[in-house]
Design a protein around this ligand. Structure first.
Ligand SMILES: Cc1cc2nc3c(=O)[nH]c(=O)nc-3n(C[C@H](O)[C@H](O)[C@H](O)COP(=O)(O)O)c2cc1C
Length: 369
């Protein structure tokens, strides 16, 4: 039937919870390190406005607290000044007909004292489930630095961190966002709690699979209680190994996590499909709300296969990261089969408008040509 065919089109509108999407193609969260004093700038207003044709924009990772910041020049959502600056972004996106949620990202043990110092918060020691340093280095204002040994969150600090997420979610709504995405992926704090090698706690926040799920579930539940489950999303990345996470039991952890979260009725689950693609059908089956899929692969030309995931029913929504950097009007280009521009990844992090807010839309480049 035509109606059914229309429903499965990547270009058809989609509603989930309180989120109304003009199409099913989502801009994935991307840290771009262009905030000033942890606040959104006019360049950021332009950058997000230009991409309002996405069904949903998920912002760059945004710290819910000073200690949650992971990279230089990233924005926060824990002060009135940050809320005020973000409000210009959300107003611009809404004026252009778009929908935008804030990604709340606490990096846990991947933070660095040089970064918190440059942000004006002093040399903070990172916090994590356990006092275990991740192997590797991280980008800081003083260049690449070895990751440091974090301090293990006390039970009181665990509760405070959960409260920080809820407060940041309320701030996001005050700033005009349509909702928030909790970052539970890519080796950051929530993922560290899930991961067998990063979480060696012996209290109720660690040990068994059930205990390791407790913190991510508590954060999501607190955010949902604060602003409504129907405008809260969660991002996960089973077994992708980022941030030195090791998940030999991903096949037990993630289906159980999804089953536990399903009754909360979140707006969506954002699944980064990298290290355990075999779990995707199980997660799809266990999840009754919208599934947003981000199949990670190096090949930027595989975009039509990604759209097929919607047509074929594997996912309700799909997200694109790098292609949205270079193609502000990505949805229109995909719809018309137009040529896609390639991003200059040397300008991914930091700098000014160049390689950021100066990629033309197709119509503009025709005018310029
Ligand atoms: C420059 C850059 C910054 C990123 N920052 C974030 C981030 O802040 N939060 C997040 O969850 N993922 C982040 N990612 C991962 C993307 O959301 C996405 O998963 C990844 O780019 C794969 O999708 P793609 O193949 O469409 O680019 C980032 C990726 C890139 C390229």
């Amino acid at each position: 039937m035509n109606d059914i065919a229309l429903e499965a089109s990547p270009f058809a509108p989609f509603t989930t919870g309180r989120l109304t999407l003009r199409n099913r193609i989502v801009m994935a969260p991307m840290t771009r390190s262009r905030a000033v004093d942890t606040r959104a700038t006019d360049d950021m207003v332009d950058y997000y406005r230009q991409r309002a044709g996405a069904g949903l924009i998920i912002t760059e990772g945004t710290q819910p607290s000073p200690i949650g910041q992971g990279y230089p020049d990233t924005p926060g959502l824990h002060s009135a000044a940050q809320v005020e600056a973000w409000a210009k972004v959300t107003a611009a996106v809404h004026e252009a007909g778009g929908t935008i949620v804030a990604q709340l990202m606490h990096v846990g043990r991947l933070a660095h004292p040089d970064t918190t110092e440059a942000a004006g918060h002093g040399r903070l020691t990172p916090v994590a489930p356990s006092a275990i340093a991740a192997r590797g280095q991280i980008h800081t204002p003083t260049g690449q630095q070895d990751l440091v040994t974090p301090s293990a969150l006390t039970e009181g600090q665990v509760d405070e961190t959960i409260a920080d997420f809820a407060a940041a979610a309320e701030n996001a709504i005050a700033a005009g966002f349509d909702g928030v995405e909790v970052h539970g992926a890519n080796g950051y704090l929530l993922h560290q709690f899930l991961s067998a090698n990063a979480n060696l706690r012996t209290d109720r926040w660690g040990g068994s699979v059930e205990n390791r799920l407790r913190f991510p579930i508590a954060v999501v539940a607190a955010v949902a209680a604060a602003i409504g489950a129907d405008r809260t999303g969660l991002r996960i990345s089973p077994n992708n190994g980022l941030g030195d996470t090791d998940e030999p039991d991903a096949a037990a952890v993630y289906p159980q996590l999804v089953e536990a979260l399903d009754p909360i009725g979140l707006a969506y689950l954002h699944l980064v499909e990298a290290g355990a693609p075999e779990l995707t059908p199980r997660i799809r089956d266990a999840w009754h709300s919208a599934l947003l899929l981000n199949p990670v692969g190096p090949d930027l030309s595989a975009h039509s296969a990604r759209l097929d995931l919607i047509t074929g029913g594997t996912a309700d929504l799909v997200s694109f990261g790098r292609l949205f950097i270079a193609n502000p009007d990505l949805v229109e280009r995909l719809a018309s089969g137009a040529e896609l521009a390639s991003p200059d990844m040397t300008k991914a992090y930091g700098g000014g408008r160049e390689g950021y807010a100066d990629y033309p839309a197709l119509d503009e480049s025709r005018v310029l040509a």
